[in-house]
Ligand binder design. Structure first.
Ligand code: GLA
Length: 383
């Protein structure tokens, strides 16, 4: 996307000289369905950005145009308590959250365009929230630190949009850094930027091109099953607040007391937290093979214990694992469709892209999109 052209597009629809803000999507390397269990995640921001151009107005209305949707919607800030079940909910939800935080917004014209594929599990919604948050804040000259910004985005998504997500997506969209992945402790929000120079290996993202409807309801169900696990295990381990507090050893001692499904959900989260921490150690030791094995184990656990994969994701992972030069392959994000993430030796990537696309298409009749991304910078003003 070209900055000057984007400004021209803005001027075609609205008056005034806009400021531009961008925020990226993300891919999670490992640590899946752990964020809402106070655990660990290891995502990176990808080179796909959502851009928001904004000019303040004085009429307490948001005029929001999406280039992707080719649609304009007007939102009255004095009548903005409820979601509209519309793409604009992520923007008006951010406005709602900022106003709840005490920022009184004047109104604004906004033009939005996203490079993050929508519905692919690459956090197009968090990218839209974070770019909108910076844009809206600029109209009042307001400032929030990056952690507050991420938390406010999560609040908009939980309480306005109605998706009970954890903190990972908004956090990485704000804190991403070029050439680094981000190891986040979702309880304390302490994080470490871990160098991930794509010289020997590449991160390759394969889009299955499917998105199954069950996503949101199953997500909330998993959260409830995890909470049930904590409640039941607190009889033996008083004081535990989240699955993060239970070690694998402790879990193994009491797992027979848990109902079968709850037991498998807990086992996924507890082993995934261990894998995520081990993956950082592997990277520090430059042991990329071990990192890949941990990614593979993560997928198997998500498929068998957590049951958030689907046949298209499993197929994409199986095809990937049968290619030369692949260190690890797993689903990424919430699941039930969307993308896989693959760690591949750099010199094997060209063949991988061609062969995986062909084999997937021949098996299932869908042409997958395959993206190669280096870790990128988080949300910022585009100057
Ligand atoms: C979605 C949610 C995140 C996280 C992942 C699963 O992307 O938005 O908070 O829970 O699923 O790891």
């Amino acid at each position: 996307m070209d900055r000057k052209q984007f400004i021209k597009k803005f001027e075609h629809h609205f008056a005034g000289e806009p400021r531009l803000f961008r925020a990226p999507g993300r891919v999670n390397l490992i640590g899946e369905h752990t964020d809402y269990n106070d655990g660990f995640v290891f995502p990176m921001a990808i080179e796909f950005y959502t851009t928001v151009a904004i000019v303040p107005t004085r009429d307490r209305k948001l005029y929001i145009r999406s280039e992707n949707m080719d649609e304009l919607i007007a939102i009255d800030l004095d009548d903005n308590e409820e979601r509209r079940n519309h793409w604009s909910d992520y923007v008006s939800g951010m406005a709602w959250a900022l106003e709840k935080e005490g920022f009184r917004l004047p109104g604004a014209s906004l033009l939005i365009e996203s490079e993050v594929p929508v519905g692919a599990g690459l956090s197009s919604s968090a990218a839209l929230e974070m770019a909108s948050a910076l844009a809206l804040l600029s109209t009042v000259g307001g400032e929030l630190d990056s952690q507050q910004l991420a938390l406010l985005g999560q609040r908009a998504e939980n309480q306005f949009v109605g998706m009970n997500c954890g903190i990972m997506d908004q956090f990485i969209s704000v804190h991403g850094k070029k050439d680094h992945a981000l190891f986040l402790d979702c309880r304390t929000l302490d994080y470490e930027l871990v160098p991930l120079k794509a010289d020997r290996v590449r991160i390759v993202i394969c889009n299955t091109m499917v998105k199954h409807e069950l996503g949101a309801s199953e997500y909330n169900k998993r959260r409830a099953e995890c909470e049930k696990g904590v409640e039941l295990m607190s009889a033996d381990y008083p004081g535990i607040k989240a699955l993060r507090d239970v070690t694998l050893k402790q879990f193994e001692k009491v797992q027979h007391k848990l109902p079968e499904v709850v037991r498998r959900r807990c086992r996924h989260v507890i082993t995934e937290d261990e894998r995520t921490q081990a993956s950082i150690a592997a990277l520090n030791d430059e042991d990329l093979e071990e990192f890949g094995r941990l990614m593979n184990a993560s997928h198997d656990s998500l498929r068998d214990d957590y049951e958030v994969s689907c046949k298209e994701l499993d197929l994409m992972v199986d095809i990937a694992r049968s290619q030369p030069g692949v260190l690890g392959a797993r689903m990424t994000g919430g699941g039930f469709g969307g993308c896989t993430v693959n760690l591949i030796w750099a010199d094997a990537v060209d063949d991988f892209v061609e062969d995986v696309a062909r084999e997937y298409r021949e098996s299932i009749g869908l042409q997958p999109a395959i993206y190669i991304s280096v870790p990128s910078d988080g949300a910022h003003e585009w100057i």
